[in-house]
Design a protein around this ligand. Structure first.
Ligand code: ZN
Length: 121
């Protein structure tokens, strides 16, 4: 399990109010997830959340200046889908390769049940 600050959980819960919303996660030098940026300009088309890459990359660059590194994504699903979709997996692998990451944290949040599901890809 990845360590995630309680405050980050609260911020994710209040930002991801319905399925297919998302954001990015940043971790400190100890690997603890200490940052969450809600992707309010991402789009949801055909029940698939698509991040606003340009904005998120700017946030990641700002985090880097403060010693925070990009750790992964969180997005929300309807309660019937507690696993990552094929598209989610493909996306995670792509991000991992582009950023030369050993692993990428993919958190799923189900607003209806208020539960998180953690996947390390
Ligand atoms: Zn998904």
């Amino acid at each position: 399990m990845t360590a995630i600050l309680p405050d980050v959980y609260e911020r994710m819960k209040s930002a991801l109010r319905r399925p297919e919303m998302g954001g990015i996660l940043g971790a400190d030098s100890f690997g603890t997830v200490s940052e969450f940026y809600p992707d309010t300009t991402g789009s949801t088309i055909a029940n698939q959340y698509t991040p606003d890459y340009a904005t998120l990359n700017r946030v990641i660059a700002q985090w880097f200046q403060r010693g925070i590194y990009f750790a992964g994504f969180v997005h929300s699903h309807p309660k019937e889908y507690t696993a990552l979709s094929c598209a989610d997996l493909e996306y995670a692998r792509k991000i991992k390769a582009v950023n030369h990451m050993e692993s990428v944290l993919m958190l799923l949040y189900i607003p209806e049940t208020n539960r998180f599901y953690e996947y390390l890809i």
